[in-house]
Design a protein. Structure first.
Length: 367
């Protein structure tokens, strides 16, 4: 025998969902909206029944927390690159020889939507907590190496930093460090070309192991030595396939990935380290000034956007927007028109850390 409440629920469902189902069927372009409506009504029904069923109340509150975190992630993760710069001459310490030092101060935009996201530069203690026990891989060209330096200088003290600099900057080689006190392993992988990144992904796949945080970026070497945006496009497309096929969050994984069928598998946090703005007149060889011109730069940049590697364009990697950071810091922030001051990569690292914070909250909320 059904009780009055159950019959009531059944009737409510028929009344609500049958017409909505039909509407949804006809209006399939608006499927998201339909499911949004259905979810809202499920919640409304659920809230009214909450006093009768304790288990419904658990369900409702867990759904609510997921929805809330999704909203925060959607809006704030897209704003995490919104950094503004204040680059101005340092009054007191300008040198006698006519050159002027500049202060390069940055912060997240406090206008508009980014204001509500509470982005913040993390102190040493917070960075250590956040990265405790993680394996981090940063792979790419010299931009990636500069990023590693900025990340490590947030974790290690000055004395230890001074000790590692020689090894970190050994030309064209990998670097590896374990920070014992927080059980963190960091690898820098020298990967000047996108194909090198793809082989690294294949290595993870073969070893059936991958880092918690993976930062990749390459393009400048290709621009100088291959100088062919279509070829870069092919390379990015291959990289994208290898990333997508490796990871547990991908639907393609079910076919050939190392781990299947487990929702509890951790997904690594994936980032793309963007290309800096090149200031042509400042590049330090004639070959660079000729081949790495604005036109070529734009061709490479649009190939990256079209590759669907970046999350903003439906891909798996969140952009660390070196392009906008270097553009806004400006010509005062580079001596060779290609490698920028520490402040630019420091900002990129704080963007990375804030994105990790948002994503880990999201995980807490939905688990
Ligand atoms: C790192 O995590 C371990 C275990 O979770 C904890 O014992 C340790 O205190 C943490 N260290 C830091 C520096 O947070
Ligand atoms: C990167 O790829 C290029 C082109 O295939 C290759 O010649 C080079 O040895 C690779 N470098 C590294 C560090 O793997
Ligand atoms: C895979 O494992 C081998 C052997 O342990 C190691 O040398 C190699 O660096 C690993 N590859 C990656 C991409 O982690
Ligand atoms: C550029 O790369 C594409 C794709 O690899 C290739 O088909 C084309 O021939 C290359 N163009 C030149 C001028 O080398």
């Amino acid at each position: 025998m059904l009780g009055g409440i159950q019959i009531g629920v059944l009737a409510a469902c028929v009344v609500l969902f049958v017409p909505m189902g039909m509407a949804g069927y006809h209006l399939s372009r608006n499927r998201m909206l339909f499911f949004g409506g259905a979810l809202f009504i499920t919640l409304a029904v659920g809230v009214h029944l909450t006093p009768y069923f304790p288990s419904v109340s658990d369900f409702v509150s867990s759904v609510k927390s997921v929805v809330v975190y999704d909203n925060r992630e959607d809006s704030c993760i897209n704003l995490v690159n919104e950094v503004v710069w204040d680059v101005k001459p340092r009054i007191i310490s300008s040198k006698g020889d006519g050159t002027v030092d500049y202060d390069k101060i940055w912060d997240w935009s406090r206008n508009g939507k980014a204001k509500g996201c509470d982005f913040a530069k993390l102190g040493r203690g917070d960075v250590k907590d956040l990265l405790n026990g993680s394996w981090i891989v940063v792979a790419g060209d010299s931009q990636a190496r500069l990023t590693v330096q900025s990340l490590l200088s947030l974790i290690l003290d000055e004395k230890r930093m001074a000790m590692i600099m020689g090894d970190l900057y050994k030309k064209h080689s990998d670097y590896e460090i374990v920070v014992d006190e927080i059980g963190m392993k960091l690898d820098f992988v020298w990967a000047p070309y996108v194909v090198n990144l793809t082989s690294m992904m294949m290595g993870f796949k073969k070893n059936k192991t991958y880092p918690d945080v993976l930062v990749m970026g390459a393009g400048l070497w290709h621009m100088l030595h291959v100088n062919n945006a279509s070829d870069y496009d092919v390379a990015l497309e291959n990289l994208r396939s290898s990333v997508v096929s490796l990871l547990p969050f991908s639907s393609e994984l079910d076919m050939d990935g190392p781990v299947t069928g487990s929702v509890s598998v951790r997904s690594p946090h994936l980032f793309w380290l963007g290309m800096p703005i090149l200031i042509n007149g400042m590049l330090n060889t004639e070959e660079k000034r000729e081949k790495m011109n604005d036109e070529m730069w734009h061709a490479y940049d649009s190939v990256l956007h079209n590759s669907r590697l970046l999350r903003r364009y439906g891909g798996p990697l969140l952009l660390l927007d070196i392009q906008s950071l270097s553009w806004n810091c400006g010509p005062r922030c580079t001596v060779d028109g290609m490698h920028y001051d520490g402040a630019v990569y420091e900002a990129a690292v704080h963007i990375l850390l804030n994105a990790l914070l948002i994503e880990s909250h999201q995980k807490l909320g939905s688990s």
